[in-house]
Design a protein around this ligand. Structure first.
Ligand code: PMP
Length: 354
């Protein structure tokens, strides 16, 4: 199947666009969407761009019952020159296929998916917002559509891509957030699906998030599923700490999602010759480093917020203030550099933008 086989059906009625200076995250969707079907025996077929529309699917579709589904999240940015840039989109397609592998969903053709994405953005190009801090959020996803109530891999799927113009993810922006360390609930366990981007991981995280919010915290810091001791992620972001001049992030262990932003930051730090290592990090180590005054910065990383500095950690009835609750120098530098590369205003030494 090639890009030429993507059928394009344009909408007869374009939607009214939202005001680009007051966009909320993930609430508005563009005029078109991409769809492709999979049928066992036939493979993926009928790639098409169609007007954005509700789906008609059987209530017995397996996705509704057993959650066989995967998704991705990436962004497109409009440069000052009016060009649309994607940030390392191949990485997201690779991760989508790794998630597919874990969820017994057939592999997609990454090149075709990327071509489909580019075509879709061309069609909806005037939806890429042009206000500072905004971007076009891209949500590729796959659902199991076979109508069957047995627990087994589906024989039918739909792959879709929808687009949403967005403002900043956190209303705090680059300002530091308060994080509660979660010692009861866990997000994922080794051997589970934590390193796949699948809906169940997120459904399972809502309870802890809700409780943390009720206590005035914006996200939870997840500990490992076995000992509730080692740091995994923060909310739906990867996490980094700067301790006594060195940057550390939890090593990928099978239960942590392999973030594209995480990988980019490790590359940037190495490029700047700032010491960075991936290792097992216990919450006790962080607590000790803080007590000794060595915990200089902490921040979450992800497509949505890029860098989200952590100003306070709540752990065992104690509030640990980090960098006086202010955005650290390194967090700021990483944020400025990454968003600059994404927007084409900072040199891209790695050839990341497409
Ligand atoms: N962890 C989780 C659980 C996530 O959902 C995300 C967002 N995809 C991340 C980390 C960060 O990944 P990325 O940098 O690729 O957005």
């Amino acid at each position: 199947m090639t890009e030429q086989q993507i059928e394009i059906q344009l909408t007869a009625e374009k939607k009214q666009k939202p005001a680009f200076d007051s966009l909320e995250f993930g609430k508005n969707f563009t005029d078109h969407m991409f769809i492709m079907d999979y049928t066992k025996g036939q493979g993926w077929h009928d790639p098409r761009i169609v007007p954005y529309q509700p789906l008609t699917i059987d209530p017995a579709s397996m996705v509704f019952h057993y959650g066989q589904t995967v998704f991705e999240g990436l962004k497109a940015y409009l440069t000052k020159e009016g060009e649309v840039l994607l940030f390392r989109p191949q990485k997201n397609m690779e991760r989508l296929n790794r998630s597919n592998e874990r969820l017994c969903i057939p592999q997609i053709d990454e090149e075709l998916a990327l071509s489909a994405l580019k075509r879709l953005i061309q069609v909806d190009r005037d939806w890429v917002p042009n206000v500072e801090g905004t971007s076009l959020y891209i949500r590729p996803f796959i659902i199991a559509t076979e109508p069957y109530l047995g627990v087994a891999p589906s024989k039918r799927y739909q792959f879709m891509i929808i687009l949403s113009p967005v403002g900043a993810y956190y209303k705090e922006g680059i300002n530091p957030v308060k994080i509660a360390v979660e010692s009861e609930y866990v997000r994922a366990a080794i051997g589970g699906t934590g390193d796949a981007k699948t809906a169940g991981n997120y459904a399972g995280s809502l309870k802890a998030q809700e409780l943390a919010e009720a206590d005035g915290y914006s996200q939870v810091l997840w500990l490992d599923g076995k000992e509730h001791r080692y740091i995994e992620e923060v909310g739906s972001m990867n996490i980094f700490f700067k301790i006594n001049g060195e940057v550390v992030t939890p090593v990928l262990n099978g239960s942590i999602l392999q973030g594209v932003t995480r990988d980019s930051i490790i590359h940037l730090l190495k490029h700047w010759e700032i010491p960075v290592s991936e290792k097992k990090i216990s919450i006790d180590e962080i607590y000790e480093a803080h007590k000794q005054g060595l915990l200089e910065e902490a921040f979450g990383t992800g497509t949505a917020a890029v860098i989200s500095p952590i100003g306070e950690l709540f752990w065992k009835d104690e509030k640990l203030s980090i960098n006086g609750g202010k955005t650290g120098e390194l967090s700021k530098k990483l944020y400025d550099t990454l968003t600059g590369i994404q927007l084409g205003t900072v040199e891209d030494p790695f050839g990341w933008t497409v």
